[in-house]
Design a protein around this ligand. Structure first.
Ligand SMILES: Cc1ncc(C[n+]2csc(CCO)c2C)c(N)n1
Length: 200
């Protein structure tokens, strides 16, 4: 059975291109163009809805009570703090209507909805793992948070001990039940394309 460490190693080229993306550098510096950040967050709001649905599918599909409870707890967090950030950030950037999904967003929605409908715990956890681990990785590489809350909160959401523990849990679960390599590779590609798409 392939491990999460081996999967990341196999897909390191695309993974590192996402983690080292210009968008991440600019987030860390607090210098993303407002139109770029607005485009990114408007797309991410669409992403987040399918992500929450996928977390719900993982809650339903978990093969043990312990992991089910851990995923359920995270679902509550995402529905709280992160949703609050989106509401304030989109309001500040003047985004007042849902966006049309760009190609990488549609790709992600298809991947997440397909995985959700399959009700396959291993596939769902593999997709969740990429989305969370890749974000932890870039956020840990960024230095001190910019003073502006728009940047500081987005970076802070993706690092810190609680988020790192969630990612460690996802890795352990994927290592326990077996990863879906195809889903892993597709999700990494989509993360890179998602950053690219923010630049229009
Ligand atoms: C395209 C895209 N990929 C991954 C994430 C990361 N992410 C999705 S939901 C969530 C909350 C914590 O569980 C986090 C960190 C994102 N925002 N956008």
């Amino acid at each position: 059975m392939i491990t999460s460490a081996e999967l990341r190693h196999r897909h390191a080229e695309v993974w590192d291109a996402a983690v080292g993306h210009r968008f991440v550098d600019e987030l860390g510096a607090g210098t993303v163009d407002d139109a770029v950040l607005a485009r990114y967050l408007a797309q991410d709001a669409l992403f987040l809805d399918a992500f929450v649905a996928l977390l719900g599918a993982a809650v339903a599909a978990a093969d043990r009570p312990g992991p089910r409870m851990v995923v359920a707890r995270q679902l509550g967090l995402v529905a709280g703090d992160e949703d609050d950030y989106f509401a304030r950030a989109l309001a500040r950037l003047g985004v007042d209507a849902p966006a049309e999904p760009l190609a990488p967003t549609s790709g992600f929605l298809a991947l997440m909805d397909g995985s959700r409908r399959s009700a396959d715990y291993a596939t769902a956890m593999t997709v969740l793992l990429v989305a969370e681990w890749l974000y932890l990785d870039w956020a840990q590489r960024v230095g001190d948070e910019p003073a502006d809350w728009l940047y500081a909160e987005w970076i802070a959401l993706h690092r810190g001990p609680a988020f790192a523990a969630w990612v460690a849990f996802l890795r352990a679960e994927v290592d326990r039940v077996g990863a879906d390599e195809q889903a892993f590779a597709r999700a990494v590609e989509l993360e890179l394309a998602f950053f690219d798409a923010a630049y229009g």
